[in-house]
Design a protein around this ligand. Structure first.
Ligand code: PAF
Length: 283
């Protein structure tokens, strides 16, 4: 009989569970989420289950990564449905701390990342974001010291920031990158896709199509600057407000002008109506 999925909400109870697993020599993987789980998250869970004997999914909508003008209250919350899916998948533990457990009164410590967190991509448009992410991810990794923590490539800059932070702070966790899961038409799965109207959904996959076309042209030796310029126009012509379309070094996220400068990653962010979408692809 498999053990029942446990939902824990206090740090001491969480730590006791993990210590019991460790005493039995089990290794542990963590999948950090903000809930509203979709197939992209489930791919992270399956990747965690392949690597570790015990899998934890954290569900915490992190106020520290939302700016005042970004609507924290509007973020989709589907806790009961999330737990039901995770139970089906055989997850061992859901870590769902209330805000006052994660950020108790008087909380005054922040992790402020630089390096890949300060390269003029998401950080230019959402300056508060990576400090909020780094702080909560550092806390999650310290709370449970997992052997592995799974992050989707969909949030590519986040993946790089978290990997850098875990290395810099000597956290004993291997950060594992999991490839983006896409709809049939190429749209990257995201909790924010739920905000798209039917008309917006019909054009949303333009982002992926443009990324793919740009990646092919760059691989065929065309000039990166021209390809990016034309790709940006194609995205705007489809009805998006473009925040950025950029070719960057796949590790440092610094700008690159040619494939000779290292592995290249194309990164895009654009708004369709009220919904902001991001995506990326290797070139
Ligand atoms: O990618 C997310 O869902 C969040 O940024 C994360 C990593 C769970 C931190 O709140």
């Amino acid at each position: 009989m498999p053990e029942r999925l446990r939902v824990l909400r206090t740090v001491p109870a969480f730590r006791r569970s993990i210590m019991a697993w460790r005493a039995g020599h089990a290794n542990v993987a963590l999948v950090p989420t903000m809930g509203a789980l979709h197939a992209g998250h489930l791919a992270l869970v399956r990747a965690a289950e392949r690597r570790a004997q015990r899998t934890i999914v954290s569900i915490f909508v992190n106020p520290a990564q939302f700016a005042p003008e970004e609507d924290l209250a509007r973020y989709p919350r589907t806790f009961d449905a999330d737990v039901a899916v995770l139970r089906e998948l055989g997850v061992d533990l859901v870590w769902a701390p209330p805000v006052e457990v994660m950020y108790p009164p008087g909380f005054s410590t922040k992790v402020v990342p630089s390096g890949p967190a300060l390269v003029g991509l998401e950080d230019r448009l959402r300056p508060h974001f990576f400090s909020g992410v780094a702080t909560v991810v550092a806390k999650l990794l310290i709370q449970c010291a997992p052997d592995f923590a799974m992050f989707g490539e969909k949030d590519y800059q986040q993946l790089k920031v978290v990997s850098r932070m875990a290395a810099d702070l000597n956290l004993p966790t291997r950060i594992i990158a999991v490839p983006t899961v896409r709809e049939k038409d190429g749209l990257a799965l995201s909790s924010r896709n739920a905000y798209l109207s039917a008309e917006e959904r019909a054009v949303a996959s333009t982002l992926y199509r443009v990324l793919k076309a740009c990646a092919e042209r760059i691989a065929n030796g065309e000039l990166i600057a021209r390809v990016i310029d034309e790709g940006g126009n194609a995205i705007e012509n489809a009805g998006f407000m473009l925040d950025y379309l950029e070719a960057r070094h796949a590790d440092s996220l610094q700008p690159v002008a040619s494939l000779d400068e290292g592995p290249v990653r194309l990164l895009v962010a654009a708004r369709l109506g009220k919904t902001r979408l991001i995506d990326n692809l290797g070139a």
